[in-house]
Design a protein around this ligand. Sequence first.
Ligand SMILES: *Cc1c(COP(=O)(O)O)cnc(C)c1O
Length: 355
Amino acid sequence: MKKHNFGAGPCILPKEVFTKASQAIIDFDNSGLSILEISHRSEAFVNVMERARSLALELLGLKNKGYHALFLQGGASFQFVMVAYNLLEKKAGYLNTGRWAHNAIKEARNFGEVFELASSANKNYNYIPEIKTIPTDLDYIHLTSNNTVVGTQMQSFPETNVPLVIDMSSDIYSRNIDYTAFDLIYAGAQKNIGPAGTTLVIVKEELLGKVSRTIPSMLDYQVLIDKKSMFNTPPVFSVYTSMLNLEWLKNQGGIQAIEKQNKAKAELLYAEIDRNPLFEATVPYKKDRSMMNATFKIKNSDLESRFAELANEAGVHGIKGHRSVGGYRASMYNALPLSSVEVLVSVMQELEKLS
Ligand SMILES: *Cc1c(COP(=O)(O)O)cnc(C)c1O
């Protein structure tokens, strides 16, 4: 039976990416060897890494602009540590918009002072708080573009001379914004880039070399840039599959084309959440709602088991909300087709008819 995978991460990838990736496990590029057994120093794999790094920048419009792309390990959570290790000398500003932002703040406090620019913790993070003032003595500002757990997304970014660092784990490559506004972008691959096991870091080289502490090689962005993201054995299969997915995105017409589809999917689902009297959106302010992770609730909890049955019968998978929010969360990453959202909407309408 066809499944419609709304999982928040690890998440759906295009079918053709799964097919090509699985072929490469058996026989990589007709070499008679698996992608899993060749040397990461072989020409074939070095080409994969270079193609992945190049596509990562190209699709964001960041080629030849002083940026480097790295495919690292340790997840986005490890970047909470690395960012502070490499950039925090005295004081950094953090926008507290959700669980992940909160975790980033916690890690940064080990390295220096954290100034909370604004917070939406008072309402379980169901809105994007406004930054009123930005102190001038910050080493950097840290933002989270899309808050995967509660389903909010930033629509605008502070205009400031302070360097901007941004966790884009759950919306990178999903929308057409000015990526040159940021000095460091990071994203765990498993939401919109590829499989779990690698994290994309895009960093402007001029940002580095300004802290006085000694940085261990494995944590030092400069070392990792100098070694072309191959300081040690990289996660070869995750990087290869990410490369395939970035190629897929390029063939779709890049971010501009995918953004149109992402908008259509989100508009369709939110329209039903707002129209259908049985449901309500978790994020009340429309402008703060995420195009990637739509969160909603059933007003009458007696209907939840019926909804679960109907969803299951239709092949709808992965819509259970995060345990800290409850309700439902439909994640609509790049590879999810509009037709899957149509199925979810029809399940919501069926529930309305039956009740
Ligand atoms: C999932 C997620 C993370 C954590 O990613 P890991 O790779 O599991 O460490 C961090 N930030 C955001 C915005 C996320 O969605």
